[in-house]
Design a protein around this ligand. Structure first.
Ligand code: ZN
Length: 438
């Protein structure tokens, strides 16, 4: 099995500090107006280029790179365009010049993300509009005093707004962390605190995301099942409430339920991610790359797996996890239909148990994907995996999150052998006394 290795863990935590300063609102109004103007200018200068279908030969196989003729937007990025854009925006800027540079950076990130979504068929050919009120700052507009825990933001040359995180509830949590670019909102400042630290990795858990559970496999622990039913039932409850509100035409009530649902979901995801990182310290968490999943052909992807994202916020769970632990992603292809022993890819999927037609290997289907994700990770890193998968998969750990009200996360780790008896004395230390930090 694996030894330990060192990994860099980059973490960002966002905290907000209330401000009440009319200058902030004015600045945001100018920022958004300028941002929209910059979007207009870039939009008019987009070049639409044809991209022709393309087929390549790879490893004695024809591979379709681009399947149909496509018109692709190219954003104007050359120096002379950027200079013109900057001069244009500076022409009536009452604020420090760096605010224009802040706008330009934000406009390119908005346009790039629109372009990406457009190429994936997820955005229409419509000019992006900024709706939320915010202004993203630049480091060059900020001076951070770590001793006093103060940030001074330049508004105009010689004119500043000051915010301090001294004595806040989160002050201790970000001790020694660096401050990133703040975002101004009408009534608050969002501050990203960043830290980079090296951690010693001793274990790997590969996670398969299902509708009702998060199924993991680790060579140390065996199989892990995290129950997601509380999240599901919460969502079903709110879906019903929203439906009733909608049928009665009560838009405000609908919005209220939607906001509550979002809050409770965020809360659940937070607790899940902190629980998992606490339960598996010094661990690499391997997930399937769900962004790439959409590119996998629908016919090859069984319906049950395509459906799983409908109600469970997988992308958010992965994001939260990668804020708290080392996360690696592997391509999602065929993980629910490959035999982990001989590599045979089964064509039809029936029944609760996977049975390999080639070598006879048997495993509950629920567990199959996680072990395949783990093997993919090993191959990706060029590591050999030893022996029979059956040898490694004897333990089983059950865990859950209680999302109710103010009560803390409750982990119910029960170790079982495959027959359902509790196994003793193996692996993890999951004593309840180490589960809570407020
Ligand atoms: Zn097999």
């Amino acid at each position: 099995m694996q030894g330990s290795s060192l990994k860099t863990l980059k973490q960002v935590r966002m905290y907000s500090i209330p401000v009440s300063d009319p200058r902030v609102g004015e600045l945001i109004t100018w920022y958004l107006g300028t941002l929209q103007r910059a979007i207009d200018i870039i939009w008019e200068n987009i070049e639409w280029k044809y991209r022709l279908p393309k087929i390549e030969r790879r490893k004695r196989r024809q591979v379709v790179i681009i399947s149909y003729k496509l018109k692709v937007p190219e954003l104007p990025k050359d120096k002379s365009f950027k200079k013109k854009l900057r001069d244009e925006l500076l022409s009536d800027c009452p604020y420090a010049r760096h605010w224009v540079d802040a706008v330009i950076r934000t406009v390119y990130s908005i346009m790039e993300s629109w372009r990406k979504r457009y190429l994936k068929g997820r955005a229409r050919k419509v000019k992006p509009r900024v709706r939320r009120r915010f202004a993203r700052c630049k480091i060059s507009l900020m001076r951070v005093d770590y001793g006093e825990k103060k940030i001074r933001i330049t508004v105009k040359p010689g004119e500043y707004i000051e915010v301090s995180w001294s004595g806040r509830w989160f002050t201790r949590r970000v001790e020694g962390w660096r401050v990133g670019e703040v975002v101004l909102k009408d009534d608050r400042v969002l501050i990203p605190f960043k830290s980079t630290r090296v951690i010693e990795v001793r274990d790997t858990v590969a996670w398969d995301s299902n509708e009702l559970s998060l199924d993991g496999f680790s060579p140390r622990t065996g199989f892990i099942r995290v129950d997601l039913k509380p999240l599901q039932s919460m969502k079903i409850t709110y879906e019903r409430k929203k439906m009733i509100a909608q049928s009665k035409g009560l838009k405000d009530i609908y919005e209220k339920y939607a906001a509550r649902e979002r809050n409770r979901e965020r809360d659940f995801v937070n607790k899940l991610a902190s629980g998992l990182t606490r339960l598996f310290p010094n661990t690499i968490h391997v997930f399937e790359d769900l962004e790439k999943e959409k590119l996998v052909s629908k016919r090859k992807n069984p319906k049950s797996r395509r459906k799983r994202n409908a109600r469970t916020p997988w992308i958010n769970i992965q994001k939260k996890m990668s804020e708290k632990a080392v996360v690696v992603k592997v391509p999602p292809k065929n993980t629910s239909r490959t035999c982990p022993r001989c590599g045979y890819v089964a064509k039809t999927l029936v029944g609760r148990v996977f049975k390999c037609p080639k070598c006879g290997f048997e495993l509950e289907r629920q567990k199959l994907a996680s072990i395949n994700i783990y093997l993919k990770y090993l191959r990706m890193r060029g590591l050999p995996h030893s022996g029979d998968p059956e040898e490694a998969v004897k333990g089983e750990l059950w865990a859950g999150v209680t999302p109710s009200g103010r009560s803390p996360v409750t982990w119910i780790p029960v170790k079982r052998d495959p027959e359902g008896h509790e196994a003793k004395g193996r692996g993890l230390n999951t004593e309840p006394n180490e589960t809570q930090t407020p």
